[in-house]
Write a protein of this length. Structure first.
Length: 95
């Protein structure tokens, strides 16, 4: 169970970083938009949290990235993940 929890936090951190970078957003900008600290964002992205993150923090981050919160937990093989990634990439390219 502990391994699953650790892997889930790593996956969330990777997804947050991925979508933040796609949106060309710094950790500081994401922190500001989500009303969290940049240090906390960094810890989440590195899966370096002793007690994990709160659902509230995940929702705030998802809103700041204009994503559904469930996408932050998605695995790369998930169809919704791939579709959302394609839409976000298309949005960035078209801007």
């Amino acid at each position: 169970m502990e391994k699953l929890i650790a892997e889930t936090y790593k996956n969330i951190g990777r997804n947050i970083r991925l979508f933040r970078v796609i949106e060309q957003m710094t950790q500081e900008k994401l922190a500001s938009k989500s009303n969290l600290t940049s240090g906390y964002i960094s810890q989440i992205e590195c899966a370096d949290l002793n007690k994990g993150m709160t659902c509230t923090a995940m929702i705030k981050i998802a809103e700041a990235l204009d994503l559904p919160p469930c996408l932050l937990m998605s695995q790369k093989h998930c169809q919704n993940y791939l579709e959302c990634l394609e839409k976000i990439t298309e949005k960035v390219v078209n801007n």
